[in-house]
Design a protein around this ligand. Structure first.
Ligand SMILES: NC(=O)c1ccc[n+]([C@@H]2O[C@H](COP(=O)([O-])OP(=O)(O)OC[C@H]3O[C@@H](n4cnc5c(N)ncnc54)[C@H](O)[C@@H]3O)[C@@H](O)[C@H]2O)c1
Length: 409
């Protein structure tokens, strides 16, 4: 018996192998294959991607060829039955990184198979869907987690620490923006962009940041958007979206947050995305600019198209480490590794008889648990309902959320 076969095994499945797979999941699976996953609680564990399910199989084939020697060969399934074929390979957990309106079916199949789930943001698009998934996860004794990597951004961790420690007191209002380049809507997402909007795709990062950092109760959602570049000026495909959320806190006081998003920013923009947050408190202001963190780079014939002037070295950067090793690291990858550790704690962190205690210990870590994502999904569902009404010729609707359901006014 070789040493590998006696190590505890965590088997991973993957649904969707697009841009985010390449940026975060791929580097994680490659580095964990080389280095393993270790913690005193669960020891030295192997984590291996054993099977993938994609629409056409093309990207999986390409990665199979490119990754030879970096990760073990994996089974690749394509087409309508791909997810159930992937599940037949008995993964311990499976990740869903398909376009956001295709998260639900794959997530449901994964949880029904008794497999832990990691789903990309936004988890799902309606309260009915999130309630169904949470019910299945609970019944089947598995984790359902959602990836919000911006909660692991060191700047956002510092913001939350200052709020948590009551240094910054009561948030009154805030503004966040996340503007994607035009190539995202024009080429990268062209297969699925019809009928979609950049708010669901990226405002959700900040909805979660606001919800997780400040707590409180979501009460009201308003929203508007512009059309005419990605789709028709009166259609249901959106260029840019402005969202407003109103929260109430246990003190009875309120806060309002505006989140502006777009996927039609010119491609020669100096950064990969424009990201800014401002929060105003009773006793202070927080102004963060994720693009202008201090580096300005110019390289003839490379910037700003092939390489950006303001590069984000915190999310996901490729480096030569001081000790000579090539690495790809950052909070976008750290969040996937953190999930693998949570799985290893549940499955290998102690005796079988205590598995359910370990499961509830991890479920209580609500930064990623689907059971704590309901208010975020309510905001997304409300935004989509308001945009759908605007597309039908009924603009300026207001959504109210009472903790259970959304009503449009
Ligand atoms: N965490 C982040 O910052 C971040 C960044 C980008 C994307 N995402 C999320 O990741 C998800 C995917 O985004 P992306 O940028 O990788 O998109 P993409 O268009 O680059 O890739 C989508 C992938 O899903 C596959 N796919 C499509 N329909 C499928 C189906 N029915 N069954 C199986 N596979 C299917 C496609 O073949 C492709 O491999 C989205 O939910 C998005 O919100 C997250």
């Amino acid at each position: 018996m070789n040493s590998q076969s006696v190590r505890p095994q965590v088997r991973a499945g993957m649904v969707g192998m697009g841009m985010i797979f390449d940026e975060t999941y791929r580097p994680f699976f490659e580095s964990v294959h080389e280095k393993g996953l270790y913690d005193r609680r669960f020891g030295d564990v192997d984590v291996t991607m054993v099977a993938v399910a994609t629409k056409t199989g093309q990207r999986a084939d390409r990665y199979l060829a490119q990754s030879a020697g970096k990760v073990p060969a994996f089974h690749s399934f394509r087409g309508d039955d791909a997810v159930s074929q992937m599940l037949a390979e008995k993964p311990t957990f499976a990740c869903v990184a398909t376009p956001d309106d295709r998260h639900f079916d794959a997530s449901k199949a994964i949880l029904e198979a008794g497999v832990h789930l990691l789903v990309e943001k936004p988890s799902v698009l309606s309260l009915a869907e999130i309630d169904e998934l949470n019910g299945i996860a609970e019944r089947n004794g598995v984790l359902a987690r959602v990836v919000y990597h911006k909660l692991l951004d060191p700047d956002h961790k510092k913001l939350r620490t200052l709020v948590y420690d009551d240094v910054l007191k009561h948030v009154n209002n805030g503004y966040c923006s996340l503007l994607e380049p035009r190539q995202i809507s024009g080429s990268q997402f062209s297969e699925w962009i019809t009928g979609r909007n950049p708010g669901t795709y990226v405002a959700v990062h900040y909805i979660k940041l606001i919800d997780f950092t400040f707590g409180g109760r979501l009460k009201t959602v308003t929203c508007t958007g512009q059309r005419g570049l990605v789709g028709a000026k009166d259609g249901n495909t959106w260029d840019s979206v402005q969202l407003r959320l109103i929260y109430e806190y246990s003190s009875g006081r309120e806060a309002a947050f505006d989140i502006h998003t777009s996927w039609v920013t010119p491609d020669n923009f100096p950064g990969y995305v424009e990201q800014e947050v401002q929060f105003r408190f009773d006793n202070g202001n927080w102004n963060g600019h994720s693009r202008k963190r201090g580096v300005e780079l110019t390289v003839e014939n490379l910037t700003p198209l092939k390489m950006k002037n303001t590069i984000n070295n915190h999310y996901n950067g490729s480096f030569v480490e001081p000790w000579g090793e090539r690495s790809q690291r950052g909070y976008g990858i750290e969040v996937i590794e953190r999930f693998a550790r949570e799985i290893a704690i549940v499955e290998h962190g102690g005796s079988n008889s205590e598995r359910s205690q370990r499961l509830s210990e991890i479920r209580k870590l609500d930064y990623a648990d689907l059971s704590a994502d309901r208010q975020v999904v309510a905001a997304v569902e409300a935004m989509e309902l308001i945009l759908a009404e605007q597309a039908k010729g009924n603009p300026d609707r207001v959504a109210r959320y009472d903790g259970k359901k959304i009503t449009l006014h």
